[in-house]
Design a protein around this ligand. Structure first.
Ligand SMILES: Nc1ncnc2c1ncn2[C@@H]1O[C@H](COP(=O)(O)OP(=O)(O)O)[C@@H](O)[C@H]1O
Ligand SMILES: [Mg+2]
Length: 1008
């Protein structure tokens, strides 16, 4: 009922919720809702429907979806909710249900029944399975056919059902439709031959005349003109705008075909309609004692259309065969008899055709499944029966129709009260009675044996001898004069509205209706001469023959008197009511807002009248006297548990009932509530409304809570995912690392046994994270390998190797020929092989210098050609010791000219060629620019040795690295100026530096 609170402007969605139950309040609510386009309102589970007289956009698939599987109070009032409830009950409890639609003619019953069937068809056939499609398709299409043949325009309703219809839909245990059955009740066949002003015959005639092809009409000998036929022109309303006969004819013949009527069957139906129209055209003329047919060609048409011959047809129309005392004689009709017989024939043909159509449809949709295999099928029945009717002239048909409505009202009273009472009993709740008008007494007036109107009518019809309608009226007056609901002029002489010897009045639950007795007897007898039955049975058209099996009876056969129309109808009504009473009923109460089919007018008087006779106020009262609302505990909790901390979010009680009790106590509503066995009963609507209001107040908080939780959950999920991603990444990285390391491990496993100690082993491409590690490992491997290689070298050779390594670092790939194998001697000037003549002189000088400067070792000595700042070249010697580097003059007994501490050396420069240029850059001095010469053997390449030794010396003594420039043109500093030196090697040249320019020197030397 949330919606009811939401939509205050639309009034109350359930009359039970009215603050005060008065006529005015009820009508105001009904009117308000009608004016606001809300045509449905509940009384509990009864749907009150007001005919909108305009098409409403509330039957779309979206609406179907909205109501599917929902409870009444979950959505705004709609007939779909009722259809769904019926379906749910049927499916859940495997219980047969029925939907009874009542209301007066034009109130919208037939529309409602179609809406319900469509709803059920669309909720059951979601998967479009062919068998379900077939069944629901036929059920829906058969409506079109039945409306064509069974509906007509009356002054009340352009599409008034002139027969009662009760349609069963069968479902299997899964809730899928598997078949159906249609019961029809009393077709108003008098309409075939007579229509009142402003009315029409059944739609079928007009559809045939206006909708069929020229060819068809010709074959039927018909003209496209309803005004040309007696049976279709009496109402003088043949070309109604609102009834599109042409279109519906197409629809109808399409429906006939798709439901399963063969071409011949359809043709036969059209033939029979034509026969009826032709019958109406017959003109009888009296000729002396005899009666003859003026327009004989019509007889020929009829004969050909029923596949008979003209002679027998004419005979059947003009005479009747009677059997008297074993003899058969032919009795000639009077003109009056002939007319009567003709009309009876026309009505009978039409009625039989209609009956045949219904049976044919039933044959097609009959449940063919084996009950033992598929289990019991359950049923939803939809009753759409003619509504209560008052015309200017009310005859036997209206009498039957209104009696039918009395019976249904009776059922409504019984079931609605019974159900309610049973529920209270079931739930163990005390209950007090509500006063209501029980129309049982009117039903009795009609149907009681001996004393009832039908019984009196039958008695009159049974009488041999001429009994007139007036005599029947007299009999009623006599027998029923005490009855509260019966009057006539004889009983109330002052009532001028009642005509003497013609009218009687019944005070129905829905109002007083004056009936004219004229025709009652004849219609009740419903006589058709045997001659016609025989004629049709003898037809060579098998369909027609099939319709008239009793035509085979011999004339002489004595048959039991058939039951009268009244009695047949009464029996069928009693049966119907029994059938309905055995099912769980749902009610749609239709109200007609005005007499002029207006979508806006709300005729207060008429509506109030309907509300009164439908007993809607009583209905509300019954509902309210008990409890306005009841809900199973579990459902109640589900809906309202947020109202109390005992139950939110989940209760801790032993049962739902206990939890509901705690909740209700908590919000202080226990004075207005009763606790049944399975349901909680709420007495006043106000309580329910308050509950709903409180609930709506809390809903936003709950939504926020849900949003919060959702967002939290979402964030947590995202977080967990991220963590997982990192974990996976980590694991994967580690896996890659492990793979790499294992792989490298594998490749280097035998390293010690490898000849090259793993030098040629291919290093795998490391994962990114291991790039620097791999570099370090390569270094480690190189070191290890070096150490391993060195291990075999004696310790005293290590310094030599270290020097060579230093030379390697500085010269490899830079200076030509540095690796030429030769022994590094170091102190060449002290060598007898190298410096035979002056070695001893040199050694004396060294001794002197050692004692003066206190150095330990002489690292390298050589004769050199040296250039000074004036570009002058001179022969000198250099001596590198562990403390100082000396320049000596060999010509003067190796007299020292200069001694520079080791730490003043800033770098070395040599050329990339094999010449012996050796430049020692000094801090605070001119660079020592020399070229080694006078070696033995000649032109021995000693520069690499000098470089290796000096580098190693600086490293061990000073713990520092020297820069070595290996260049084409060396840059030097002489006398504070920068000069560049290039080298020119010439055979047999004596080594010398030459000035090229102020900043350029050239070393000329012979190649080594
Ligand atoms: N729910 C509805 N929506 C639109 N029009 C409706 C509706 N119910 C009834 N009508 C209109 O009222 C007319 C009469 O309704 P109908 O169902 O034939 O009445 P009933 O069967 O009670 O005599 C319909 O032909 C249609 O025009
Ligand atoms: Mg109807």
């Amino acid at each position: 009922m949330a919606n009811m609170i939401e939509s205050q402007e639309f009034g109350k969605g359930d009359f039970v919720l009215l603050d005060q139950l008065t006529k005015e309040a009820f009508m105001d609510n009904l009117k308000l809702r009608f004016q606001r386009g809300r045509i449905y309102t509940y009384i509990g589970e009864v749907v009150v429907s007001v005919n909108p007289y305009k098409s409403m956009n509330i039957y779309t698939p979206e609406y179907v979806k909205d109501y599917k599987g929902r409870e009444f109070w979950e959505r705004p009032p709609h007939i779909y909710a009722l259809a769904d409830a019926a379906y749910k009950t049927m499916k859940r409890y495997l219980k047969d249900t029925c939907i009874v639609i009542s209301g007066e003619s034009g109130a919208g019953k037939t529309e409602a029944s179609k809406i319900i069937m469509n709803y059920i068809a669309s909720i059951t056939n979601v998967s479009h399975r062919s068998e379900i499609d077939r069944v629901t398709g036929i059920l829906l299409k058969s409506n079109v056919i039945l409306e064509t043949f069974g509906n007509a325009k009356t002054t009340r309703n352009d599409n008034s059902s002139r027969f009662g219809k009760y349609m069963d839909m069968n479902f299997d245990f899964k809730g899928d439709p598997i078949g159906g059955h249609i019961n029809k009740y009393l077709l108003e066949k008098s309409r075939v031959v007579h229509q009142q002003k402003g009315e029409r015959n059944f739609h079928s005639f007009y559809q045939l005349l206006l909708g069929s092809t020229e060819q068809t009409l010709n074959a039927l000998h018909l003209k496209r003109d309803p005004t040309a036929y007696t049976y279709t022109n009496q109402g003088e309303t043949n070309n109604m705008k609102s009834i599109d006969d042409k279109r519906t004819f197409k629809e109808m013949s399409g429906a006939l075909k798709s439901v399963g009527f063969s071409h011949d069957e359809q043709q036969t139906l059209f033939n029979l309609l034509a026969v009826v129209l032709h019958l109406g055209q017959l003109e009888f003329v009296e000729e002396g004692q005899k009666v003859r047919i003026q327009n004989k060609e019509v007889v020929n048409y009829i004969a050909s259309l029923i596949d008979s011959n003209a002679a027998s047809t004419e005979e059947a129309l003009l005479t009747r065969v009677v059997a008297a005392r074993g003899e058969v004689i032919n009795k000639i009709h009077s003109k009056e008899d002939a007319c009567f017989a003709r009309d009876a024939f026309a009505k009978a043909i039409y009625e039989r055709a209609f009956l045949w159509i219904v049976e044919r449809i039933n044959g097609i949709i009959e449940v063919k499944l084996d009950v033992h295999r598929y289990g019991k099928s359950t049923v939803i029945g939809v009753l759409d029966i003619y509504g209560f009717e008052i015309f200017d002239n009310n005859s036997f048909e209206q009498f039957c129709i209104n009696y039918c409505n009395e019976k249904l009202q009776q059922l409504f009273i019984e079931l609605v009260l019974k159900q309610e009472q049973e529920e209270y009993l079931r739930e163990g709740i005390t209950w007090q009675n509500v006063e209501y008008f029980n129309n049982c007494v009117i039903c009795d007036l009609v149907e009681q044996s001996h004393k009832g109107i039908i019984a009196i009518l039958d008695e009159a019809c049974l009488n041999v001898g001429t009994v007139t309608d007036q005599m029947f009226l007299e009999a009623m007056d006599k027998k029923l004069k005490e009855h509260e609901h019966y009057t006539s002029r004889r009983l109330v002489p002052k009532d001028k509205d009642l005509q003497h010897d013609r009218d009687f009045r019944i005070i129905h639950y829905a109002g007083s209706v004056t009936y004219s007795v004229i025709g009652f007897m004849e219609k009740n007898k419903d006589q058709l001469f045997q001659d016609f039955k025989r004629l049709l049975f003898q037809s060579s058209n098998p369909v027609i023959k099939d319709m008239w099996p009793e035509g085979q009876q011999s004339v002489k056969e004595v048959t039991k008197r058939p039951l009268t129309a009244g009695t047949l109808f009464k029996n069928s009504m009693i049966q119907l009511v029994e059938k309905l009473a055995s099912k769980a009923p749902y009610y749609v109460r239709c109200i007609k807002p005005n007499e002029i089919k207006s979508p806006i007018q709300f005729d207060d008087k008429r509506c109030l009248h309907q509300v009164e006779y439908l007993g809607l106020m009583e209905n509300v009262r019954v509902r309210r006297a008990g409890f306005a609302n009841r809900q199973p505990y579990q459902r109640f909790l589900q809906r309202y548990k947020m109202l109390s901390s005992y139950t939110w979010p989940n209760h801790q009680c032993r049962s739902d009932k206990e939890a509901v009790t705690a909740l209700i106590k908590d919000i202080r509503f226990d004075h207005d509530v009763a606790y049944g066995n399975t349901k909680v009963f709420i007495r006043t609507p106000n309580t329910l409304v308050t509950l709903e209001e409180k609930r709506s107040e809390l809903i936003p908080h709950i939504i926020v809570l849900l949003q919060k939780m959702w967002r939290g959950a979402n964030a947590r999920r995202r977080y967990r995912r991220t963590v997982a991603i990192y974990k996976i990444m980590n694991r994967y990285r580690r896996y890659k690392m492990r793979c790499y390391l294992l792989e490298m491990n594998r490749r280097f496993a035998n390293i010690k046994r490898m000849k090259d100690l793993g030098k040629s082993v291919q290093w795998a491409v490391p994962p990114k994270v291991l790039i620097s590690l791999a570099q370090q490992m390569k270094l480690m491997h190189a070191r290890w390998r070096a150490k391993y290689l060195i291990k075999s070298v004696p310790k005293d050779q290590w310094p030599a190797i270290q020097m060579k390594c230093a030379a390697y670092d500085a010269l490899h790939n830079k200076r030509q020929g540095w690796l030429r194998p030769r022994k590094w001697e170091g102190n060449y000037l002290a060598s007898m092989s190298d410096n035979a003549s002056l070695a001893s002189v040199f050694l004396t000088s060294v001794d002197k210098l050692r004692s003066k400067h206190g150095f330990r070792d002489v690292i390298f000595t050589a004769h050199v050609r040296k250039v000074n700042k004036h570009n002058k070249s001179e022969d000198r010697a250099i001596m590198v010791t562990d403390k100082l580097i000396f320049k000596l003059d060999p010509a003067k007994g190796y007299k020292p000219m200069h001694g520079v501490p080791l730490n003043k050396i800033t770098g070395l420069s040599i050329s990339s060629g094999t010449d012996q240029l050796l430049i020692i850059h000094l801090e605070g001095h001119d660079d020592l620019v020399t070229c080694i010469h006078k070696t033995t053997p000649q032109a021995d390449d000693r520069v690499p040795e000098a470089v290796g030794r000096i580098l190693r010396l600086v490293k061990t003594e000073l713990r520092s690295e020297l820069r070595v420039n290996v260049v084409q043109q060396a840059q030097v500093k002489l006398g504070g100026k920068s000069k560049s030196i290039s080298v020119d090697q010439q055979n047999n040249a004596s080594t010398n530096f030459r000035k090229v320019s102020n900043t350029m020197l050239m070393l000329v030397t012979c190649p080594t």
